[in-house]
Design a protein around this ligand. Structure first.
Ligand SMILES: Cc1ncc(C[n+]2csc(CCOP(=O)(O)OP(=O)(O)O)c2C)c(N)n1
Ligand SMILES: [Mg+2]
Length: 588
């Protein structure tokens, strides 16, 4: 059996350390599947149910392991399905390689069945985007694709025509008319040095040493710099505010953090942005500039890995380029110790009150079940190194506020694309990389329904993934957004009865539990977490619980009231919920 070009592709990926490819076959990639079959001892193929999920799994693999994620789809429709997951990788700066099939070279441009110019289609999403016309291009094109995905922190795409996939790996069918020779490259790369220049560090230290009320804003780029962040916060007497993607950067119970920022953040974080004179941004490209201080009012220092992004959100006095961990390590000895920690103490007092307010909302006695209570039970019962994946929706707010980072816990969601549905595929991708770890997908009913077939993927691959569904029978996030615009909700609630997703789990051999009473939340989650295989807990929660911002602005309250006046359905249950929220907080 002669060695085919697809083997050169798969072997080279294995040389780069790739051990898993997520995908779904088709007649456009049968040659690549044969390459995977021949090298299954080095690279495993994870068969999924939807290509979009394969791309999410590859993104999650990159997020959780730091190594490139790889997904595979057939020509035409398969490639098109990948796109949403690939944009998730692009927007959250994750190295992902997408491999797609393509019609035979002899047919290209003839309008053959399923002929979609995937290389053209992927131009916007991919940093590197290449069709393979000749086996001689391999493996150096693989090297370029992988290196580019790592260094540009994004997507690389290779599309391989059917006839090339099964051609002799050493074939080079054409006569070379110019003095050309394909490059012979090696599967190696070094990251650019991450320690900033000494002069830049001196400048940033000078700026920070002059500040009186300083806050640190930490993002996903600081997730690996926990110790350093805490040490710098201590030296500066500065609270750490976390973006949602940076939630795992420091523990939520640390006295140095005021938690999240933005719509789903905390009130102390919002308030301190109005009080500070200096903001130190570390590893963040936080897009919601409205929640940053007024431009020109504070001095800004920044550590950012990508020079193209430095200073991109707010005018920055000292934008230093480098890796967050190395930069903070080098900065620490340059900071002057300070004795006045009154600003930090003030923030800590406010945070104490916020934590009590949040705990009051996670009340076990509330019927219908409070979504906050469900997450607080998960938070209490999950392992200290559990991974929580989440979807976009009200769930992101409940998770942001009630899932506590402690120990080695992680938290992942689609940060910048904010797409629905990655929660479950993320969990599957991560569970494959960390088989022994507790991985929990906390998702909405809307997002789960979109890619629920992937729960079958977990069952078929015997992955002990846990799914907890916040079932409010609606697209809750949008419902509240409509009301904050001043309009009554429209087209966001599914007709009753609530769907029973647990029966889908049990019918297919997994543990499934439906929960609709507050007293059964805890035993159900306890049982699911203790179960050896995949488990799904489908919780009917109060569909009228609004995820209020940490600090409700006058305008938001006014618009909310206008929606009521214009005929918002279920006014009384929403009003009762809001009233009870307030009472619980006053009691706390
Ligand atoms: C693919 C996609 N479609 C639509 C949206 C807009 N959107 C954001 S959150 C949301 C509601 C999600 O519903 P669900 O998963 O049930 O979560 P809930 O808000 O109800 O907790 C919608 C429709 C989106 N972000 N992504
Ligand atoms: Mg919902």
């Amino acid at each position: 059996m002669g060695r085919i070009a697809s083997e050169a592709l798969i072997e080279r990926l294995a040389d780069w350390g790739v051990d898993t490819v997520f995908g779904l076959p088709g007649d456009g990639i049968n040659g690549i599947m044969e390459g995977l079959r021949r090298h299954q001892d080095r690279v495993r193929f994870v068969l999924v149910h939807h290509e979009e999920a394969a791309a999410f799994m590859a993104t999650a693999h990159a997020k959780a392991t730091g190594r490139i994620g790889v997904c595979l789809a057939t020509s035409g429709p398969g490639g098109i399905h990948l796109l949403n997951g690939l944009y998730d990788a692009k927007l959250d700066h994750m190295p992902v390689l997408a491999i797609t099939g393509m019609q035979e070279t002899s047919l290209l441009g003839t309008g053959y069945q399923q002929e979609v110019n995937l290389d053209k289609l992927f131009i916007d999403v991919a940093e590197y985007d290449q069709m393979i016309y000749n086996p001689a291009q391999l493996p150096s094109v693989v090297d370029n694709a992988v290196r580019t995905a790592y260094t540009r922190r994004g997507v690389a795409h290779l599309t391989v025509p059917n006839d090339i996939q099964v051609a002799d790996a050493d074939a080079d069918p054409w006569q070379h008319v110019a003095p050309a020779r394909p490059p012979v490259t090696a599967p190696v790369m070094l990251q650019a040095p991450g320690r900033p220049d000494e002069e830049d560090l001196q400048q940033i230290a000078a700026l920070l040493n002059e500040g009186e009320k300083i806050a640190i804003l930490a993002g996903a780029g600081a997730r690996h710099a926990r110790e350093e962040l805490l040490a710098v916060a201590e030296a500066l007497g500065a609270p750490i505010v976390k973006t949602l993607s940076g939630k795992a950067a420091v523990p939520d119970d640390s006295p140095y953090t005021t938690g999240g920022i933005g719509l789903l953040g905390t009130r102390p974080s919002e308030e301190l942005m109005e009080q500070i004179d200096t903001l130190f941004m570390v590893g963040t490209n936080f897009p919601y500039t409205k929640h940053l201080p007024q431009p020109g009012k504070v001095r800004i220092a920044q550590i950012e890995a990508d020079p193209a992004r430095a200073g991109g959100r707010i005018a920055t006095e000292v934008p230093v380029v480098g890796d967050a961990k190395l930069a903070l390590q080098a900065l620490l000895p340059l900071l002057k110790p300070r004795t006045d920690t009154s600003f930090l103490e003030d923030c800590q007092a406010k945070m104490g009150k916020w934590r009590r307010n949040m705990a009051a909302l996670a009340d076990a006695g509330r019927d219908p079940i409070a979504p906050q209570y469900v997450v607080s039970v998960l938070d209490e019962l999950a392992a200290d190194d559990a991974v929580l994946t989440c979807d976009s929706g009200t769930i992101a707010t409940w998770a942001a506020r009630h899932w506590g980072i402690r120990g080695g816990r992680e938290f992942f969601l689609s940060g910048n694309l904010a797409t629905m549905a990655p929660g479950l595929p993320y969990a599957i991708g991560i569970q494959h990389a960390f088989p022994g770890r507790q991985v929990i997908a906390y998702v909405g009913d809307g997002g789960f329904a979109m890619l629920m077939a992937e729960f079958l993927t977990a069952i078929k691959h015997k992955l002990p993934v846990k799914v907890v569904i916040n079932n409010n029978n609606s697209l809750g996030q949008i419902l509240w957004e409509q009301m904050v615009l001043g309009y009554p909700e429209h087209g966001v609630r599914y007709p009753e009865p609530f769907v029973d997703y647990s029966s889908f789990a049990t019918a297919n051999g997994a543990l499934g539990i439906k929960v609709d009473r507050p007293d059964t939340v805890r035993p159900a989650i306890e049982r699911a977490l203790g179960h050896a295989g995949p488990a799904l807990v489908d919780v009917n929660v109060n569909p009228d619980e609004p995820p209020l911002p940490g600090k409700v602005e006058h305008q938001q309250a006014k618009k909310f009231a206008e929606a009521f006046l214009r005929g918002q359905p279920r006014m009384s249950t929403i009003a009762t919920t809001l009233f009870r929220d307030k009472i619980e907080q006053l009691k706390s």
